[in-house]
Write a protein that binds this ligand. Structure first.
Ligand SMILES: [Fe+2]
Ligand SMILES: [Fe+2]
Length: 203
């Protein structure tokens, strides 16, 4: 069902070559992404305290994302890096704002977007695991793929549990298409969710 949906944009290998130039910046951004994912899972859990299965699943996601955060900062610190101040997440912001124009239900969008972000992270982790020259980082990313695939499936499955099948299916198709357009237009930076487009000056 949900596994059939494919990302609309395939990240080129050039992206791996470019982020590999500054691994400490990539690791810092990656660490923030893990922490944000943990915080989001906790926030949703608090909004739905009466659903034991959901509470359990989201608590597990929060714990796993926190563990990923620890893994990433340990590698970052071992290499003499620092966790940089949290910057703007242009990818998530653009995705949510583009989605807002055609939104019917905010929670449905949030679930699908969470699944999409996990799917995009997985795509990037797989590329990094296969193509980085740095063995430690290859192993880090290879080790994260399966867990993040599980998160992708969970969020997309929850969309189908909370909403009628046709509604979840139609909105997933729309948001997967929007995500492909958003990431294709993002400029390059040493971020997990950056694009390869030429930078556009801030407005
Ligand atoms: Fe994670
Ligand atoms: Fe995740």
């Amino acid at each position: 069902m949900t596994g059939l949906l494919k990302l609309a944009y395939q990240t080129p290998l050039e992206w791996v070559e470019r982020v590999a130039e500054k691994p400490l910046l990539l690791l810092s951004d990656h660490a923030h992404n893990e922490l944000k994912a943990a915080a989001t899972a906790q926030a949703w859990l608090q909004k739905h305290p009466g659903k034991p299965d959901l509470v359990r699943q989201l608590a597990r996601v929060a714990a796993e994302e926190t563990e990923h955060f620890v893994q990433v900062i340990e590698i970052l610190y071992a290499r003499g890096g620092v966790l940089l101040p949290l910057g703007k997440n242009l990818y998530a912001e653009a995705l949510l704002s583009r989605a807002a124009a055609t939104r019917q239900d905010k929670f449905l969008d949030r679930l699908i977007v969470a699944g999409l972000i996990e799917a995009r992270s997985c795509e990037r982790f797989q590329l990094l695991a296969q193509h980085l020259e740095d063995r430690e980082l290859r192993e880090l990313y290879a080790g994260l793929v399966e867990c993040e695939l599980g998160h992708r499936e969970l969020f997309l499955r929850l969309a189908y549990e909370f909403f009628p099948h046709e509604v979840a299916e139609a909105r997933s198709a729309e948001l997967f298409a929007i995500e492909g357009e958003v990431i294709a237009r993002l400029g390059f930076d040493y971020y997990l969710h950056s694009g390869l487009a030429e930078r556009v000056a801030a407005q």
